[in-house]
Design a protein around this ligand. Structure first.
Ligand SMILES: Cc1cc2nc3c(=O)[nH]c(=O)nc-3n(C[C@H](O)[C@H](O)[C@H](O)COP(=O)(O)OP(=O)(O)OC[C@H]3O[C@@H](n4cnc5c(N)ncnc54)[C@H](O)[C@@H]3O)c2cc1C
Length: 397
């Protein structure tokens, strides 16, 4: 075995890449800054094409057994309740998994780590922070801060899957074009059963409101509620018990405090890297594109990058294909990041927070009409489930 791929970051994107490459017999070393695999609470929605891809490794069945199958998604209005419900079963024939899976992203990471550990030629180094990157025509070299000091590693290629603040991207000086929203998003989880109080609630609910919209997402043991914050509130103010209880009580007055299990505040960005590939270094996932979580497209898009990229690396390193194939990766996945992931999530935010009553009414009427027409609803679901995005990528040569 002579080929060796270095991977920065043991998030879902780095780990899917590592498993795909290791399965093809390629040596991989993953550098992860954290000393343990954290229970990352960010993503909770897996879209059908991602489940189709993960099924290659038998991971989908395992995730399904640890998550909730969401057949329906809903668009709601905070005052009026249900606006439109979409039945994912309309996607039958388009995907082997015509549903959303509600399951925490750390469960995928854990399954991936267990699978990767079975390959003697795959190594995950914890407490290993990538610092610098250099390359020439024949190899790429990185310096990594480990508990034993600074070490140097060399490989054929480097995948930068080290998240939004990617040291790989920064080391190469690649611009991260876009913007950061002035408000942050607060996610609170609670074991309070909202479904007993909101009629016909599904597992995935986007709730619009001109004052304070929210998203209500079910995972097996908890409800996660995502709220926007006001730009003028400090992080400390947002995170007080008083302010968190006020937001929850405003959503559903309950007369006594809500039990809360987690509370996390996130900065939110819409950014795409100007380049996804420079020579032997390729960016994927949040390191390459980052977006607001409305629509659940960040991890899904990143995992789809990982499959696209690592399959191409296998063709290059195992079957002798031209490295120019990596330019196709950039063309395909950068187009999807701009045209689908960024565009749709930005539109979702604009729709859910719309303040103009006329525009709100128009959007809600459109959603009702789409939901009432199975052909239109199927088109809508193809777009929101990222099936269209994958077809667009395939069409790019
Ligand atoms: C509130 C919220 C909800 C979300 N919900 C969804 C959802 O439902 N569906 C969805 O698809 N997406 C969702 N997302 C987005 C999703 O969480 C991310 O897109 C996803 O985690 C990206 O995966 P990644 O592997 O690219 O990066 P990450 O998961 O960020 O992993 C990067 C890894 O690299 C490590 N690292 C960083 N720097 C270094 C370094 N220098 N050296 C070594 N290691 C390093 C980090 O410690 C981390 O483990 C959500 C995001 C938020 C904030």
């Amino acid at each position: 075995m002579s080929s060796h791929v270095l991977i920065a970051g043991a998030g879902p994107v780095g780990l899917v890449s590592a498993l795909t490459l290791a399965t093809a017999g390629i040596a991989v070393t993953v550098f992860e800054r954290n000393t343990t695999a954290p229970e990352d609470l960010r993503a909770s929605t897996f879209h059908p094409p991602t489940l189709d891809m993960l099924a290659r490794f038998g991971l989908t069945e395992e995730l399904v057994s640890q998550g909730l199958v969401a057949r329906y998604t809903q668009q709601r209005d905070r005052k009026e309740g249900l606006v439109a419900e979409f039945d994912m079963a309309l996607l039958e024939g388009e995907t082997k998994h015509p549903f959303r899976l509600q399951c925490e992203q750390w469960k995928l990471n854990k399954l991936l780590i267990d699978r990767i550990a079975k390959f003697p030629h795959a190594k995950i180094m914890l407490g290993a922070e990538l610092q610098t990157v250099s390359q020439d025509d024949s190899h790429v070299e990185v310096t990594v801060k480990t508990p034993d000091g600074i070490e140097t590693f060399s490989g054929d290629y480097l995948i930068g899957a080290d998240g939004a603040w990617s040291a790989v991207r920064q080391s190469l000086g690649i611009e991260f074009e876009g913007f950061t929203y002035p408000e942050r998003f607060l996610v609170v989880s609670t074991d309070f059963e909202f479904a007993e109080h909101f009629p016909k609630l599904s597992y995935v609910n986007y709730v619009s409101d001109p004052q304070e919209w929210c998203v209500l997402l079910r995972v097996p043991t908890l409800w996660r509620v995502l709220f926007p914050t006001r730009p003028e509130e400090s992080d400390e103010e947002v995170m007080t018990d008083e302010s968190i209880q006020a937001r929850l009580q405003n959503l559903l007055p309950k007369g006594s405090p809500y039990p809360t299990v987690h509370r996390t505040l996130y900065k939110v960005h819409q950014r795409v890297a100007k380049e996804f590939r420079r020579g032997r270094v390729i960016l994927a996932g949040d390191a390459a594109h980052i977006n607001n979580p409305l629509g659940g497209m960040g991890m899904n898009g990143g995992v789809q990058d990982a499959f696209n990229l690592s399959d191409k690396l296998v063709e290059i390193l195992v079957s002798g294909a031209s490295p120019a194939l990596l330019d196709r990766y950039e063309r395909q996945r950068r187009a999807v990041a701009i045209e689908y992931i960024n565009a749709n999530t930005a539109r979702n935010k604009k729709t859910i927070e719309e303040r103009d009553p006329e525009a709100r009414r128009k959007t809600q009427d459109e959603l009702r009409a789409i939901a009432a027409d199975p052909a239109a609803a199927k088109d809508y679901l193809r777009k929101t489930s990222m099936i269209d995005a994958l077809e667009r990528a395939e069409s790019i040569t």
